[in-house]
Design a protein around this ligand. Structure first.
Ligand SMILES: Cc1cc2nc3c(=O)[nH]c(=O)nc-3n(C[C@H](O)[C@H](O)[C@H](O)COP(=O)(O)O)c2cc1C
Length: 321
């Protein structure tokens, strides 16, 4: 039995959350994570319309009776998220998470609804702001994480305890976590739950990820990721390949957003993650790729993490007595 303020808040058995994963987090993965005791999520902004979101929510419901979340990356895609929020409210979804912009208006839309709200940030100040705006819990992602990360380049090890010291709502640690060691380290730092992104891509139930993308995650070492889009003020960590080299060289040469637009587009992202084009497309992933060596089911992943956590508890007892 795991009991933290995060498990209690979200009504889940394990303090493990599957991050919003643009273009990858659909019903199959979300339901697998929720069925295994964690909190699965689908990603609203990867769906093309509120109607598509409604059917994806129905699909998750048909696959699990456990709580799940809907993630909103509100800063991009040029989409208005308000209609998507209406769907979430009308469908009685238990949890939402938000990232990528000022969450003020987003959080206001959920006030009094009973939906639990999680805000993903990459800095202590933003976490404090999220608490002030009424978030139920805050997730902090360190610089080792996959996908979009903070401009301040702070690692999870530093960010988590400082955030814990500055907010009174529960803190969920993200960035660089892929096994039971990461889970226990996060709890030791004062977090009450973890969010993993990259680790879940290399699972059987992440059915939308191309085999070549999963294999690249499995084959990569901890040194095989790079941070692109720093020059745009929106850094994101991806697997190092020919395309990321081109992007980084352009950024070194002070290119504009217009110059970069084609290279960093959703089309290029999908070229790798859906079509397996590992050179002309790009795929987000964190430094944790270094410890990802296989493609288990979510259930297998969680039981392994729990066994590792149990072994660590024993080791801690042996060390401290
Ligand atoms: C492929 C990919 C896509 C992501 N897309 C989103 C997203 O749409 N919304 C979001 O909140 N976070 C997104 N993230 C961040 C994850 O939810 C999570 O916070 C991060 O992956 C944690 O770091 P880790 O990859 O080291 O586990 C993405 C991460 C990856 C790897």
């Amino acid at each position: 039995m795991w009991k933290t303020r995060v498990t209690e808040l979200l009504g889940i058995e394990l303090p493990i959350i599957q991050g919003g994963l643009a273009y990858l987090a659909y019903a199959e993965l979300a339901a697998a994570v929720s069925n295994a005791g964690g909190l699965g999520q689908i990603t609203a902004m990867s769906l093309s319309s509120p109607e598509d979101l409604a059917s994806e929510i129905d699909k998750v419901r048909s696959m699990t009776s456990s709580p799940f979340g809907v993630n909103f990356a509100i800063g991009n895609h040029g989409k208005h998220y308000e209609e998507f929020v209406e769907v979430v409210l009308s469908k009685g979804v238990e949890v939402v998470s938000v990232t990528g912009g000022n969450p003020k208006e987003f959080l206001e839309m959920f006030k009094g609804s009973g939906v639990k709200t999680l805000v993903l940030t990459a800095g202590v100040r933003h976490a404090m702001k999220a608490e002030e705006l009424g978030a139920d819990a805050v997730m902090v992602v360190g610089y080792e994480g996959g996908g979009h990360i903070g401009r301040d380049e702070l690692g999870t090890m530093v960010l988590v305890p400082q955030t814990v010291d500055h907010v009174s709502i529960p803190v969920i640690a993200a960035g660089g976590i892929g096994d039971g060691r990461g889970l226990m380290a996060a709890l030791a730092l004062g977090a009450e739950g973890i969010e993993m992104g990259t680790r879940f891509i290399a699972t059987k139930e992440c059915i939308h990820a191309h085999a070549a993308y999963k294999q690249a995650i499995i084959d990569s070492s901890e040194k095989d990721t790079v941070v692109i889009k720093k020059s745009l003020g929106a850094p994101g960590r991806a697997i190092h390949n020919t395309l990321t080299d081109i992007i980084l060289e352009m950024e070194d040469n002070n290119c504009t957003y217009e110059d970069l637009k084609d290279y960093i587009s959703g089309v290029r992202n999908k070229a790798f993650i859906y079509n397996g084009d590992s050179e002309a497309g790009f795929g987000w992933a964190g430094q944790v790729v270094g410890i990802i060596k296989d493609e288990p089911t979510v259930e297998q992943l969680f039981s392994r993490m729990l066994a590792e956590a149990a072994a660590i508890r024993e080791r801690w007892t042996a060390i401290t007595t």
